[in-house]
Write a protein that binds this ligand. Structure first.
Ligand SMILES: O=C(O)CCC(=O)C(=O)O
Length: 339
C-alpha cells in the first residue's frame, strides 16, 4: 500500500508566495545557540591541517563550524568554510568552466553550446534569457535523468579541482577513501525549486555525498526514506557544505524556496586576500601554478562583475558523489570485497 505523502504539504508550504510561510520552524545556523534541541556543534577531531586547503579557497579548520542534526543522523553541515576568494573561484568555475563541453547541460536537448557562458556574452551584452535557461550541468559519470543509471560510456573526466576540494573536505571528516566521480551542478534562480527525491543511482551508497552551495539562500527540506515523514527545513547559506551520510544518504530531500540573502560573502573585503604558491603537493590538479593564478584572478572586483551580477539572483549547488565501490575501477568491474 502507498504510504501518505507528508513531504508534499511542507514543500508547498515553503514554496508559497501567497500566503508567505512562517520561518519559525526553519533551522538556521546563524545563531545555533538558540537551537540546542535540534543541532549540536561538533569538533573536528585529530585534524592535521592539509596544506592544499588554502590553495582551494578553504579556511584553516580551527575556524570551521561543523553541526549535526538530532533528528537526522548522518546529516552534517559545515558553516561556510570558504574564504571570499574561494567563493569567487568556485562560483566562477561553475559558470565559466563546468558548463563547457564535454560536460552535459539541461539545454543540450535544445541547442548544443560548446561554451554556454561565452555564448551568453556573445553580443557584448548579457543574454539574461540564455543565462536563466541553464538549470544543471553534470560532470564525471553523467547522471541520466530518465533511466537514473550511470554507465561507463556516459562518462567524461571529472574536474581535477573539484576532486581535490572533495578529497580535502572528505579527509577532514574522516572519509579517507572517498573518490569524487560524479557531480550535478544545480543552478537556481529566485523562482526555482527542486522537488523531493532521493539520490540512489550510485553503486556505492555507503560513501557520503558532499553538497557545496553558493549565492542566495535555500530552504532545504530533508525527511525520511519514504515521503510519509514530515521533513525538517534547514537554511543553507553561501559557502555551506552539507554532508549526507549513513542514514541520511538515502533520505528524501528537496529545495522548495530560494530566498534573497542580505550577505554576499564573496564580496567581503576584509576576507578577500590573494593566495601564494608554496611547496604544497596536490593529488589531482596537474598544474598548480594555473590553480593559483585562476584563484587570484578573481581578486579584482572589475574582473568579477559578470559573475557578481549573475549571483545577485541565483544560487549554485555542486553535488558531489562517489559512484563506484572502493574495489571497482569501472561499473563493469565486479571485484566486490570477497571474503
Ligand atoms: O541544491 C541542493 O541543495 C540540493 C541538490 C540535490 O538534492 C541534488 O542535486 O540531488
Amino acid at each position: 500500500m502507498e504510504s501518505v505523502d507528508n513531504f508534499k504539504g511542507i514543500f508547498k508550504y515553503y514554496k508559497s508566495n501567497k500566503p508567505k510561510p512562517s520561518f519559525d520552524d526553519v533551522i538556521s545556523l546563524v545563531d545555533p545557540s538558540k537551537l540546542t534541541d535540534k543541532v549540536s556543534k561538533m569538533t573536528l577531531s585529530n585534524i592535521t591541517e592539509d596544506n592544499r586547503a588554502a590553495l582551494l579557497g578553504l579556511r584553516k579548520t580551527n575556524e570551521w563550524e561543523l553541526y549535526s542534526f538530532h533528528d537526522h543522523p548522518g546529516l552534517f553541515l559545515i558553516k561556510n568554510p570558504f574564504t571570499a576568494l574561494g567563493q569567487r573561484y568556485w562560483i566562477r568555475k561553475c559558470l565559466e568552466t563546468y558548463p563547457r563541453k564535454p560536460n552535459k547541460l539541461n539545454i543540450d536537448i535544445e541547442t548544443l553550446l560548446p561554451d554556454w557562458w561565452a555564448k551568453c556574452f556573445e553580443t557584448g551584452q548579457c543574454n539574461r534569457q540564455l543565462q536563466k535557461k541553464l538549470r544543471w550541468t553534470t560532470l564525471g559519470y553523467h547522471h541520466n535523468w530518465d533511466t537514473k543509471i550511470y554507465t561507463d560510456e556516459n562518462k567524461t573526466p571529472f574536474p581535477e579541482d573539484l576532486a581535490e576540494l572533495s578529497d580535502v573536505v572528505a579527509k577532514y571528516l574522516g572519509y579517507s577513501c572517498f573518490r569524487a566521480e560524479a557531480a550535478i551542478v544545480n543552478y537556481y534562480h529566485m523562482d526555482s525549486t527542486l522537488s523531493a527525491h532521493t539520490d540512489h543511482s550510485e553503486v556505492n551508497l555507503e560513501a557520503p555525498l558532499f553538497s557545496f552551495s553558493f549565492g542566495q539562500t535555500a530552504i532545504f527540506l530533508i525527511g525520511g526514506k519514504d515521503k510519509s515523514r514530515e521533513p525538517s527545513a534547514i537554511l543553507v547559506n553561501s559557502g555551506d557544505v552539507m554532508i549526507m551520510s549513513k542514514e541520511a544518504r538515502l533520505c528524501y530531500h528537496a529545495v522548495p524556496k530560494i530566498l534573497s540573502s542580505e550577505l554576499s560573502p564573496w564580496d567581503d573585503k576584509e576576507d578577500l586576500c590573494l593566495i601564494s604558491d608554496d611547496d604544497t603537493l596536490l593529488r589531482f590538479i596537474s598544474d598548480k601554478t594555473l590553480l593559483v593564478s585562476s584563484m587570484n584572478k578573481n581578486y579584482k572586483d572589475s574582473v568579477w562583475t559578470k559573475f557578481r551580477d549573475y549571483m545577485k539572483e541565483s544560487r549554485i549547488n555542486m553535488n558531489v558523489r562517489q559512484v563506484l565501490n572502493e574495489t571497482q575501477n569501472s561499473l563493469t568491474d565486479y571485484h566486490f570485497n570477497d571474503t
